[in-house]
Design a protein around this ligand. Sequence first.
Ligand code: HEM
Length: 259
Amino acid sequence: MVVADVMNIISRSGGAFASRWAHVVVGITWIGLLYYFNFVQVPAFAEMEAAARNNAIDKLASRALWWFRWAAAATVATGIMILLFQGGDNGKIQLTNGDYWKSTQGMSIATGILLALTMFLNVWLVIWPNQKIVIANARNVQAGGEPDPTAAAAGRKAALASRQNTIFSFTMLMFMVGTFHFFSISEFFKQTPSGGDRATYWIIAVVIWLLLELNALGVIGGTTPGGLNWIYDSHKAALITGGVLVVVYYVLFYLVLKS
Ligand code: HEM
C-alpha cells in the first residue's frame, strides 16, 4: 500500500508521462538500430570486400551493437516503470492489478510485452553472444590471425534472431501504441472479455509466437536457407512476413474480442 501511495504521488507529478516519453526515446533507438542492421548493414556487408567488411565490423558494427543492446535494456526498464507509475487513483499499481491484465487494454499490452521481451532476450542471449564471436574474428583477421571457422555459423544464428525481431516488431508496436490509442477506446472491442475469450485468445496467440520463435532458434527448420526459413532469407521476406503477422494478430484480437 505504501509503495502504491508513493507511486500515485510521483505519477500525479508526471512520473507515468516521463516514463512513457523515455520509453519511446529508448524504444526508437533500439528498433531504429534493428532496422538499420536489417535493411542497411546486412545488404551492404554482403557486397563489401572481406577486408573492408572486417574493418566495418570492428569500428562500426561494434559501436552500433553497444547502443542496440543497452537501448533494448532501457526499453524494458522504462516499460516496467510505466506499469509501476500508471495506476490511476484507485491505489493499485497497474503491474500487480489482476483486473487490468484481464481487460482488453491489459491483454493488448501483455501481447506487446510478450513479443518485446522475446525480442529483448533474442538480443541479449542470441544476437550479442554470437556477434561477439563475429567481432572477435574480424579483429583477429585484421591483426593477421587465422579466421575462426565458427564465425560464419555464429553470424547466421544472430541473423536469424535479428530477422525474427524485425518480423515481431510491427505487431509488437501495434499493441504498444494501440493499447491506449485504439484497443481500449474502440467500440469494436469488448472491454471486459470473459475467461473463455481470454483463454481462446491466449492459446492461439502463444502458439503463433512460440512457433515463430522456435523457428528463429533453428529448432524447427534448422539454420539453413529456404523452406520454413524463407521468411529470414531476405529483408523483403522478413518485411512481408512482419506485415502478415500484424494482420494475423489483429484479426485474432478482433475475432475473439469483438463487441
Ligand atoms: C518488455 C519490454 C516492454 C515493456 C514492458 C513495455 C511496456 C509498455 C507500456 C506499459 C506501455 C503503455 C501502454 C499504455 O498505453 O497503457 C507501452 C507503450 C509503448 N511502448 Fe512499450 N514496452 C516494451 C517494449 C517496447 C518496445 C521495444 C518499443 C519500441 C519502440 C515500445 C514502444 C512503445 C510505444 C511507442 C508505446 C506507446 C506510447 C503511447 O502510446 O503513448 N515498447 N509500453
